[in-house]
Design a protein around this ligand. Structure first.
Ligand SMILES: [Zn+2]
Length: 715
């Protein structure tokens, strides 16, 4: 009997068992606790085992044979097949029956569904590797229906298109899959098929599109509005609504799913229903997610916002218009920009002076909107929220600058998983100075440099931090922006249980990729790419150079060039090819990509989403103890950390002229940036070497030794 037959037999027995149960012939007689077998033996699980004829002794044997209390059905099945708890092949058959080796949550019932759809073990494994979960079978089926296998879907996912429904729109406009991928790779979003079509018809040069995406976006939205092609939301009928109201969109049975597929013919509406459910007011599918219980309905909520326009004014016509437009167009709560009167804040405290204005901490007594309460006809709000009020000096006269920063935040907000960029809630005004204030979420653990020096952070958590930073940067870049002042002072940390999440802040200097600023160079010297020091345009690749510096700082504990003056001399050497040296061993793989970030040629640097992927893989290899080269290198690192050698800003002396706040530079006539091994050997070898790494295997080959040359820790 082959395993598939065993599997079908299993279903037969389960069915048989159901009949048995209904006859009541195996009633529960006693209720002794079986916790001594396994902590997880709840009373109801115990009942399930007993109902299948297992006593304490027998259950214990099976559990000791490697099964879990929740495996009663499987064990019942195996016992009926004549297996013994001690049979060595059991583990294999468990795998075969449930496909648990593909994913721990791949249950028998999932396997049956996938197989019934003609997808075998090998293929299922491939789809799961792409990130599909056992219950995502319907998505896989939809992709296959369109003629795509996992290889093609992999390309789509890498390009940023994660749903067949978006592909349908592109296809309708006669884009090939290859073309769609090309458009996405230059930064187009997966739902911008209309924009792509517009640009294609306009016959724009590819390079021009690539460099001017943000402007083209603006241009298209104007055209779109003028032609009154405003997207008319299609609707589902009343009969369908009355059917759907009986379901919970988050917990549909397979039968209900089939019915939904039949009922909602329009692809977009169906997708919205699956993702966000029905609006509790108009019963049409919601347009986005919100933190509260319900989804977000643009059509209903924009009306509620509009009704309130008469109740507030910022005192500035441009700001009023900006907020109103944002509120009318928001498809989810993440895009809300509210006017928040200053009296809504309490405990306002001055906490810092930023480069362009003051920073206050305050309590916002109501907190941000999470949805509309149709009973009380009021906005439902999150509880009290700690916020930061950021002023821009003289902002009543610099509305454009001020709104640009808010607009940058809103462009990226809600587009990352659950962090990565500090959320901005709205705008307020200081009643005394009349400066406008940006209302941001307060991120308690402070900036990255402070966090690294105040906390003992293990290597895996450091990788996690870098992952979040790469995630935030990839969102910023995907939206066509360049950060332009990217350093560890602009990255904030928040602890979530045992995890720490990083948020990028200070998008005040961020500009669309095409906007060139020929004036002055602004930033923190060690993080500025050589081409920027050399007065070439600031590009996304320049942000990547800065990311390399941040990664260096996170992984080694020390900011770059902390022990020397940040002056013209340093700028000169950076252009000549000077880069920080690793004072401690870090896995070669990480060293290699950091070196790529630092390449003098911006075109050779990796993309943010590539960095995110590398970091994700590294974390995965450590978490799942995959015995890769990287994992082995990391194991040695762990030793190092345990010995307490990893330095921090607290254990070293920094140079008084090492300045880590942003400032203006105006260096002239710096040499063309280049890579140079020589300058690194020359500069670093001339300095004392005194970090003692005894006890750590210092590497196996000569090149490793060179790249591990230690820099001085001043003492
Ligand atoms: Zn609605």
């Amino acid at each position: 009997m082959n395993l598939l037959e065993i599997f079908w037999d299993f279903w037969g027995i389960c069915l048989e068992w159901c009949c048995l149960k209904s006859k009541g012939s195996l009633e529960l007689k006693e209720a002794t606790k079986w916790k001594d077998i396994d902590e997880g033996f709840t009373e109801s699980l115990q009942k399930e085992w007993k109902n299948r004829g297992f006593d304490h002794k027998e259950a214990k044997e099976w559990i000791e044979g490697g099964f879990k209390p929740s495996d009663y059905d499987l064990v019942f099945y195996l016992k009926r097949k004549g297996c013994q708890p001690s049979d060595s092949y059991l583990e294999e058959s468990v795998k075969e029956v449930s496909w648990k080796d593909i994913r721990p949550d791949f249950k028998c019932v999932h396997r049956r569904k996938w197989e019934e759809s003609g997808i075998n073990y090998e293929e299922t494994k491939k789809w799961v590797e792409l990130g599909f979960k056992p219950h995502d079978l319907y998505l896989v089926k939809e992709w296959k229906k369109r003629g795509f296998g996992y290889e093609e879907v992999k390309h789509f996912l890498a390009a940023g298109l994660d749903n067949y429904y978006f592909w349908d729109h592109w296809e309708k406009l006669k884009f090939t899959s290859h073309q769609v991928q090309e458009w996405l790779f230059i930064g187009m979003k997966q739902d911008e098929w209309n924009l792509a079509n517009y640009l294609r018809e306009k016959n724009c040069e590819w390079e021009e599109i690539k460099n001017n995406l943000t402007n083209f976006r603006k241009e298209y939205s104007e055209v779109d509005r003028k032609e009154e092609k405003m997207h008319v939301l299609s609707k589902i009928s009343l009969e369908v609504i009355s059917e759907l109201k009986k379901f919970n969109h988050e917990d549909l049975t397979p039968e209900q799913e089939l019915l939904v597929d039949e009922l909602i013919i329009d692809e977009e509406l169906r997708q919205r229903y699956y993702r966000y459910g029905l609006c509790s007011e108009c019963y049409q599918p919601n347009t986005g997610k919100e933190v509260g219980i319900n989804g977000w309905c643009q059509s209903c909520n924009s009306k509620h916002f509009q009704d309130e326009f008469k109740n507030w004014t910022s005192g500035n016509e441009d700001i009023n218009k900006f907020i109103q437009k944002q509120l009318l167009e928001t498809k989810s709560e993440y895009k809300i920009v509210e006017w928040i009167p200053y009296e809504k804040f309490s405990n306002v405290k001055h906490i810092a002076d930023g480069g362009f204005g003051k920073v206050y901490k305050a309590q916002w007594n109501e907190g941000p909107i999470i949805g509309w309460d149709k009973d009380s006809k009021k906005w439902q709000r999150w509880d009290k929220e700690e916020v930061v009020l950021k002023s821009l000096n003289n902002s009543q006269n610099l509305t454009e600058e001020f709104l640009r920063e808010v607009s940058n935040y809103k462009l990226v907000d809600g587009d990352s998983f659950y962090g990565s960029i500090v959320p901005c809630y709205g705008i307020s005004q200081d009643p005394v100075t009349k400066d406008y204030l940006m209302v941001m979420q307060y991120i308690p653990e402070g900036d990255l440099r402070k966090y690294l020096s105040d906390n003992k952070v293990n290597f895996k958590d450091r990788l996690r931090q870098l992952y979040w930073i790469a995630d935030g940067l990839s969102v910023i870049h995907r939206m066509g922006l360049v950060h332009r002042d990217f350093h560890s002072g602009n990255i904030l940390n928040r602890k979530f249980n045992d995890d720490v999440v990083c948020f990028i802040t200070d998008l005040g200097l961020s500009r669309p990729t095409n906007e060139k600023d020929k004036e002055n160079v602004y930033g923190v010297l060690p993080y500025l790419a050589p081409e920027v020091l050399n007065r070439k345009p600031y590009t996304q690749a320049s942000d990547i150079y800065s990311f390399g510096m941040i990664a260096y700082e996170v992984l080694t504990g020390l900011p770059p060039y902390y022990d020397r003056e940040h002056n013209l001399d340093l700028a000169l050497q950076i252009c000549q090819g000077l880069r920080p040296q690793f004072q401690i061993r870090i896995p070669q793989l990480l060293k290699d990509w950091i070196n790529r970030c630092w390449d003098a040629d911006p075109l050779k640097r990796p993309k943010a989403r590539e960095l995110k992927k590398i970091l994700d893989d590294c974390i995965d290899e450590i978490s799942n103890e995959k015995h890769t080269e990287f994992y082995e290198q990391w194991k040695k690192m762990e030793l190092l950390e345990d010995s307490g050698v990893l330095p921090s800003m607290k254990t070293v002396k920094t140079h008084p002229q090492a300045i880590y706040t942003s400032r203006l530079f105006n260096y002239q006539n710096l040499p063309e940036p280049q890579n140079s091994k020589e300058i690194n050997e020359q500069i670093w070898a001339s300095r004392d070497v005194n970090i003692d790494l005894d006890g750590i295997d210092s590497g196996d080959d000569q090149s490793e030794q060179i790249s591990c040359v230690e820099a001085p820790l001043n003492n």
